[in-house]
Write a protein of this length. Sequence first.
Lengths: 152, 508
Amino acid sequence: VTTLNLVMAATVGVLYGTGFTLLLSRSLMRVLIGVVVLGHGTNLLLQLAGGPPGRAPILDVAPRETFTDPLPQALALTAIVITFALTTFLLALGYRSFVLVGHDEVQDDVEDRRIARQKAPSAPLEDDGEAEDDPLERAADEVEAEARGDAS
Amino acid sequence: VSALLPLPVLLPMLGAALSIVGSRSAALQRVVGVTVLAAVAVLAGMLLVAADEHGPIVAELGGWPAPVGIALVADRLSALLLLVSTLVTLAVLVYAIDQRIADYGRATASTTFHPMYLMLCAGVSLAYLTGDLFTLFVAFELMLTASYVLITRRTGANRIRAGMTYVTVSLLSSLLFLTAVAMVYAATGTVNLADLAGRVGELPPGLQTVLAMMLLVVFGIKAAIVPLHFWLPDSYPNAPGPVAALFAGLLTKVSFYALLRTQTLVFPREGPWTLMLVLSVATMLVGVLGALAQNDLNRMLSFLLVSHIGFLLYGLAVFDAAGVSGAALYAAHHITVLATLFLVSGLITRRTGTVALDRMGGLLRDAPGLAILFAVPAMTLAGVPPTAGFVAKLALLQAGAGSGAAAQAVAGVVVVASLLTLYALVRVWVRVFWGEPQPPVPDTDPADEVLVGTARSSVPMYAATAGLVAVSLAIAAFAGPLAAMTERAGVDLLDREPYRVAVLGDGS
């Protein structure tokens, strides 16, 4: 039975906690950083899964009993490449959102807003202060207009 | 035959590379895409026949033997689902190509669509064929990364939000998957599924439960099991028609396959699985009740998709050969029928210019062909005899009837959910095809991927949809032999020995 290094375990815990907290925010940039931090936590966990560190696993250089388990390192390398690719994709998506919408915040669902407004038709629109400029608001208005047009 | 095993993964990847290199020629991209997928379909058929005759086929990549190297495994279940999935991807590709021809004329090539489509197919093939938990993670990433691009490409502002939800939720589940892989490796020292089947049994029961639950949550998010389904009805309806059909047909079912494979192979249990029965009831009911509340055709179909994931879970929850076999048959039927319905929805939207049910009407007079194309898969999904849906549901109900009081009670929910599905689809039929014809709504976002509100569409779009309807009818027509084969697949899945012996050899 191998015992786990407490410092490393705590580091993984902090990385996961930070990552999940950032993922819950609305700004896509924070979500991106959250994914990166969470990815680091996961890769560190993969490393720890290989047991205590040892010598480089090269035959005829070191005795086999002292080898580090090479498989988790290979897995972590693959995972790092994948996380890297996804980070660049998220960056591109955030930029596209910034160009199209003017900010990179994840919006409420159009259909959800329509239903929320149907419940309280007299209530003031709950918007983020830029309803007139926001294409999503306009889309929600169109959906609502469709619903009204049919009722009348 | 085992030399053919990597080809369903390699061919689409090579095809994707070729489509990037030849991205200036639309004709080249089309020929490459259709040829590659047709070849993969033939290969999948050969694998299915071979796996059914000789048991699981194994290929060791790089010549390293199984527990160390990566093994590809095709057994009856994976080969069957690979065949059905490839037929669906082929039909959806034909539909997408012809939509582009109808919308943009023959000259337009796309740098992203074809390569990403083929990469997604490669990921799906790898997910079905891999015998290794980490490679399964890589396969999911391949598939999901391609899907991120497909759902966000050429979108307008009001669609990018849906893409973000989808990407964020999928990323989270992928990182959880990687965490689960790390924990499985830390506990057992292997990521080979066949090897895990032997080693996980030696772990303390608490640790086994933790690993099983982590994988359940991971695949639960990806397969849209209630209460982890919330992202799906939010994101799929906003994807362009063929892309939504592709996602609805494949992605959730690949995740269900992964769930079925890991739970039966690595975490065997005796008798019905109570937690899964509860999840199955919740998924069936929340999905179908959500569908009844929708006015948006695509959102309604997305909720029905979630609901019918519950039927698959029911087969897994029963956890005997009959139940697992019923789930396999249901998955094959579900892949085709959901993809068909989303394609039909694309055709309807194309004509009416809207997805709002209350703004359509009278299509039966204008487009009787479309009415038939909708009616057949709708009845199949609801499980009206003698369609494939009826056959698959009957298999599930028979499995449930033979296994304990709890499973029998849930069988009642299966029937209720089927009837509510029928009601939801009849509601669509009445709104869309009966009543007064309404003028098409003009396209609100002409810059995006799909043109709507036009009566102009090409014959191959209809032909591709009709082809999928034919696949679904073929499942019903050959229900006897097919059910017999999934029965053998179910016995193998729960026995576990054929898979382990095939991968690790007799000595293990």
